[in-house]
Design a protein around this ligand. Sequence first.
Ligand SMILES: Cc1cc2nc3c(=O)[nH]c(=O)nc-3n(C[C@H](O)[C@H](O)[C@H](O)COP(=O)(O)O)c2cc1C
Length: 209
Amino acid sequence: MSTVLVLNSSASGAASVSRQLVERAVADLRAQDPGLRVVTRDLGANPIPHLTLESATALRGADPVNQEQAAAQALSNELISELKAADVIVIGAPMYNFGIPSTLKAWFDYVLRAGLTFRYTEAGPEGLVTGKRAIVVESRGGLYSEGPAQTMDAQEPHLRTMLGFIGISDVSFVRAERLAFGPEIRDQAIDGAKAEIERLTGTALAVAA
Ligand SMILES: Cc1cc2nc3c(=O)[nH]c(=O)nc-3n(C[C@H](O)[C@H](O)[C@H](O)COP(=O)(O)O)c2cc1C
């Protein structure tokens, strides 16, 4: 039995394209493994708090000296446990102002922790979350995978860096782009993303096993 960690980060509820595509990916994975265990964090609906002086101090390794620090460490430990228990991570990542939603960034702020998900060695930083496969669904109003706006994409490189930094280098990006270019182009983009998801999920569990 495999475990999938699902992270949604759209603020748009049921209207979210990335959420719909993430659901499709989970359904495809479940079709292969009816006993699939799915752990979901809807960061858009239930955001993780942004860092404060107390939480940032606690997440950088200090022993908690008050309740806020203890709560931040406990939440971080829980999120890291969910990540480490997963075989496959499916992330719904809308583009907001050329990057990822701050709610998704907050999840990474709680999960990238020295000694737990990465460590520094004499050869440089080393990711400690290995043996995972990630599928990232990116929804975007515009076109960034080619053309003049390519250099404005601060979403995909940032996600690739953060995942790679903790050891998740087997990452597939599914892009639903040009969603704001009219209904026909939008439908084509969503259909194309669904086809890509079907292709990727066909091997995701086998690779993770
Ligand atoms: C606050 C906000 C900022 C956005 N910024 C961008 C952007 O910089 N570039 C872009 O192409 N689309 C942008 N969009 C459009 C979204 O990427 C697009 O609507 C996408 O479908 C959002 O994903 P979702 O449907 O899963 O919520 C923005 C949307 C919102 C709500």
